[in-house]
Design a protein around this ligand. Structure first.
Ligand SMILES: C[S@@+](CC[C@H](N)C(=O)[O-])C[C@H]1O[C@@H](n2cnc3c(N)ncnc32)[C@H](O)[C@@H]1O
Length: 288
């Protein structure tokens, strides 16, 4: 991916945006981890952890073993460890493929998991954008379980369909894709999580401006949100004009089950099994 071209694309339009993935350099990932651990309003992480831990056995019984475990947007793999632990109760070894656009996440997660599981886990990480890495993951020989936790629903809708379709085209009959979704519908809960009175999320978002200053020679006064130069282009901001911190301006999709069915139909995927609690749905999918 040409990072400079992608950034320019967002900054020349009438609604200026920085792509969602640009938040996630090493600092942004650290802020994100701080947010999910300490932000009391951020309901999703706790809910997802609970849903996975309560249903991991059922899930593993639904998927034929053995397989390669790929983790799209792995982060720290905190939740993925539930799958690894359960798998290793029945099998002696597992190949794990952590995938992330943030090099530091892939390297740190690989190192930490290799210390924890030693020879029982063969780790083969890939750094890159979903569009580039999904075909590489699916080219890997053998049966696969691909998990995508807290990642897909943050992308623009057309991108979600494009990436799910790209995956479904290349899944073999016995491969499975496991995706989690935010299904929260109460406005107040959602607003609290994203307005976040405790300020953890602001650090993740403002990292975009610090990163533009550091890497692209931009000159944002972060406290004022003023942008003067960078990327060898001059971008004029009107007083009060917004810079969107993802392509569509929104932060994250909240799905109903009906909307999920439409998403899967449009991406040529079929539900094998769905688990849910108040905030989170975890869906096991196969190609249709
Ligand atoms: C919201 S975090 C979720 C991390 C982890 N899966 C979890 O559930 O805690 C999203 C992760 O996806 C990665 N990511 C974001 N956009 C990406 C892209 N376009 N390609 C690959 N990875 C991406 C980020 O670096 C980050 O680690």
């Amino acid at each position: 991916m040409d990072v400079v071209e992608e950034l320019k694309r967002g900054l020349i339009g009438s609604k200026k945006f920085v792509p969602f993935w640009y938040k996630f350099d090493e600092t942004g990932c650290n802020y994100y981890n701080e947010n999910i651990q300490h932000n009391e309003y951020y309901y999703l992480h706790k809910s997802e952890k609970q849903l996975i831990s309560e249903n991991v056995l059922d899930l593993m019984n639904t998927v034929t073993q053995p397989f390669l475990l790929a983790d799209l947007g792995c982060g720290t793999a905190e939740k993925t460890k539930y799958f690894i632990d359960e798998y290793l109760t029945k099998e002696s070894t597992l190949t794990y493929m952590p995938v992330d656009i943030c090099r530091d996440s892939v390297e740190t997660t690989s190192r930490t998991l290799s210390e924890t599981y030693a020879k029982r886990l063969t780790i083969d990480g890939i750094v890159g954008d979903y569009h580039t890495v999904i075909p590489k993951v699916l080219n890997y020989p053998g049966q696969k379980l691909i998990v995508w936790l807290s990642g897909l629903f943050n992308l623009p809708y057309s991108e979600q369909i494009a990436l799910l379709s790209l995956t479904s085209q290349r899944l073999n009959d016995n491969d499975r894709l496991l995706v989690t979704f935010d299904i929260t519908q109460e406005k107040e809960t959602i607003e609290n999580a994203y307005i976040d009175p405790s300020g953890f999320l602001a650090k993740v978002n403002l990292n975009v401006l610090h990163r533009l200053n550091k890497e692209m020679g931009a000159n944002f006064d972060v406290s004022q949100y003023k942008y003067e130069d960078g990327l060898n282009m001059k971008v004029e901001f009107e007083k009060g004009e917004k810079l969107q911190l993802s392509e569509e301006g929104g932060t994250s999709y909240k799905y109903t089950e009906n909307q999920l069915n439409i998403l899967f139909e449009r991406s040529n995927l079929k539900i094998v099994k769905l688990w849910k609690n108040k905030h989170c749905a975890m869906v096991l999918l196969k190609t249709s």
